[in-house]
Design a protein around this ligand. Structure first.
Ligand SMILES: C[S@@+](CC[C@H](N)C(=O)[O-])C[C@H]1O[C@@H](n2cnc3c(N)ncnc32)[C@H](O)[C@@H]1O
Length: 340
């Protein structure tokens, strides 16, 4: 965070009030504000919108002024309408809809309030008990949330490769969004989607809606185990947002097992947070892992590259994406068919 030109007191005031911003966004989703404006079909007056949302006109008017200032709505002549940002990311019908991840973040507020206790005792303290139905609901919400995030990054990751064909293994695939981007870009590739058996039914729900069903297989495995019980080797192995869920030793085991599953010319694509890219977000994500996982942590690109070298793999430098994550490519051979 560049604080060089800011008043120190102002930096602290802005940090203290940053949850006001989150609450403003969460409330818009709770009100179903963006869908309501969209369904109206044209610019809507504050009075009509207040009527549709059952809100006080005066209070809503002040709140809409904030959303306009935040760039989430546009305004003209006492009316409001969606703008490019809200239309692209905040309407359920949009392919890049982000509502599920926003709600997932909202539900994490309580986890972050455990930070004080976690610092005292050195490990995660929130172990909520769920019955089977709640657990299934939570898995579904989690995969929808991860799908929203992955869709922001998947095309950019697929665009890192050129003229790719062959077999892809997507390790900890979640919704499969990463792989779907590769299937869309490279007509001669097939994908094996790997996740724990409790998640794969959720994965299937996303993937059956895609036009690539006949090029996809599923495999359940726990990647912390020694053997992932796979019969093939692969031309591309994707590790997207998975290393940060685990400790150094576990991450090293995952990298090593993935390497053994690579074809002679195969490549590893590691997509994740890295300390060198968007450091504040990477540090926040690291604390998020401290609060919510047994031993997850965000690594530096330098550490990951050193582990790849220790496995006798060539690796790219850190490739920053336009968002808060980045990519490292690795291979037994010098990396050629990429655009980097
Ligand atoms: C943060 S999500 C990332 C999903 C997807 N790769 C993406 O980028 O959107 C992590 C995924 O890894 C899976 N996962 C975590 N630990 C695993 C394990 N031990 N074995 C197999 N899959 C695992 C989770 O079930 C989840 O789907």
């Amino acid at each position: 965070m560049d604080t060089s030109n800011k008043n120190g007191g102002q930096i602290l005031e802005d940090l203290s009030t940053s949850y006001w911003l989150s609450e403003a966004l969460f409330t818009a989703l709770e009100l179903d504000l963006f869908e309501t404006i969209e369904n109206y079909g044209q610019e809507i007056s504050v009075a009509t919108l207040a009527n549709h949302l059952c809100c006080s006109r005066e209070a809503l008017s002040r709140y809409l002024d904030l959303l306009i200032e935040l760039g989430l709505l546009s305004a003209s002549d006492h009316c409001v309408c969606l703008n490019e940002l809200s239309r692209t990311y905040l309407l359920k019908s949009s392919p890049l809809y982000q509502g599920h991840i926003i709600r997932w973040r909202q539900n994490m507020a309580g986890d972050w309030q455990t930070l004080f206790d976690v610092l005292k005792c050195g490990k995660r303290t929130n172990f909520l008990e769920y019955d089977d139905e709640e657990l299934e609901n939570r898995r579904s919400q989690y995969i929808q949330a991860m799908d929203n995030v992955a869709k922001l990054k998947a095309s950019e990751c697929a665009n890192l490769l050129e003229n790719f064909s062959g077999k892809i293994l997507d390790v900890g695939c979640g919704s499969g969004a990463m792989s779907l981007a590769f299937l869309g870009k490279f007509p001669k590739c097939q994908v094996e989607l790997l996740d724990i058996e409790q998640i794969l039914p959720q994965t299937r729900r996303f993937v059956v809606e895609s036009p690539f069903n006949d090029r996809i297989t599923y495999h359940s495995a726990n990647i912390l185990e020694k053997d992932w019980h796979l019969e093939h080797s692969y031309d591309l192995i994707i590790l997207s947002n998975i290393l940060h869920a685990y400790s150094e030793n576990e991450a090293m085991h995952i990298l090593k097992t993935a390497k053994e599953l690579l074809n002679h010319n195969g490549q590893l694509l590691i997509h994740d947070f890295f300390m060198e890219h968007n450091p504040v977000k990477a540090r926040l994500s690291d604390i998020n892992m401290l609060l919510n996982t047994y031993n997850g942590k965000v690594f530096s690109a330098q550490w990951v590259i050193e582990q790849l070298q220790a496995l006798s793999l060539f690796s790219s430098d850190l490739i920053p994406l336009k968002t808060d994550t980045a990519v490292i490519l690795a291979s037994r051979q010098e990396i050629k068919n990429t655009v980097v």
